[in-house]
Structures are given as C-alpha cells and as structure tokens.
Design a protein around this ligand. Structure first.
Ligand code: NI
Length: 180
C-alpha cells in the first residue's frame, strides 16, 4: 500500500493468449500461494494490467457451488467485469496481501455475475454469492485502483489479524464510542 501502481486503473489486456501473460499469471499464482492468499491482482506485483487470479476454498463455497467447482480450481481471468445482481450489502471479513497484518469488515454486493477471458482466449461467465462474490469484487477493485479500506464506512471494523476475532464476533455498534 502506498505504491502508485495500486492506485492506478490497470490497462486492458489486448491478447489474453500471449505467452508473457501466461508467465505473469504463473508469477501471480506463485505469489498468492506463498502468501497463503486466495486472490491476487496484477497491480499487486507491480504490473498495471487487468489480470486476476483467485481460488475459492471448498469450505468457503456456497452449497449451490459445491459440486460444479473442483477442490483445486484456480481461476485466471483477463479483463474481468462485474454485473451486480443483488447489491446487498453484506458485511464480511477481508484481508489483502498489499495491506499485511490487517483485516476489516467490508460491505459488498451479495450476488454478482462476472465474466472475463481465460488464457486460452475463451470467455468465462459465472454467477457468484457469498465469499466467492466477495473475492471477485475485491480483486476487480484492485484493477481500478481501489483497496478494501476505501470500501469501509466504519474503520472501527478494522483490526490487526490477531485481534480480528473481536470485530468478527462482536462488530462495534454504530452509535457507541469506546475508550478502549
Ligand atoms: Ni487485495
């Protein structure tokens, strides 16, 4: 956080089948896995292109998504776009590899449709809700220079990772101010 590339709109990808894009995606997956993350956008490794990678852990999937997505599935999407189907908002916990050590409760659309191009040039289109929808919204935000902190109307719902259980179990009340 603080590097200008994270605050810049990323450039559209002209040819998702280009070999250098495959190498970039491999770098991103490696970075994501090494950091124990579930998603990454190209600007997070300093490349201002509209490319995201993500996975939805089995235990975070909605019941309706359980069978159509295998356990190790990794999604790599160029030029992803989101259509909101249900704006919600729903609050849920997020962290970000570009903002290490923190977690926040972030409002997101409850249900979305998203589409983008895979590295073989084909188009992928899915509907998503729950954690899946949250991950996609978080990563696509990165392509527009937006961080999850920008989406938080209440920074009392921000905590260090090792204190995050407090804000998860007992979100601060809107009208109450605590001294400690
Ligand atoms: Ni992030």
């Amino acid at each position: 956080m603080g590097h200008p590339v994270l605050r810049s709109p990323a450039a559209p990808i002209a040819d998702p089948t280009a070999p250098e894009l495959r190498a970039l995606a491999a770098d991103m997956v490696e970075t994501m896995v090494a950091a124990d993350g579930v998603g990454l956008a190209a600007p997070q490794i300093g490349v201002s292109l509209r490319l995201i990678v993500f996975t939805v852990p089995v235990e975070r999937r909605e019941p309706s998504e359980a069978e159509d997505a295998p356990e190790e599935e990794l999604t790599i999407l160029a030029n992803p776009a989101i259509t909101v189907l249900d704006p919600g908002p729903v609050l849920g916990a997020e962290g970000c590899l570009s903002i290490p050590g923190l977690r926040g409760q972030v409002p997101r659309a409850a249900r979305i449709r998203y589409r983008g191009q895979q590295l073989d040039g084909s188009w992928l289109e899915r509907e998503a809700s729950g954690f899946h929808a949250r991950v996609v919204q978080h990563e696509v935000d990165h392509l527009d220079g937006i961080l999850y902190l920008d989406r938080m109307p209440d920074l009392r719902r921000l905590a260090f990772t090792n204190e995050a259980h407090h804000i998860l179990a007992n979100p601060p009340k809107e009208a109450v101010d605590h001294d400690r």
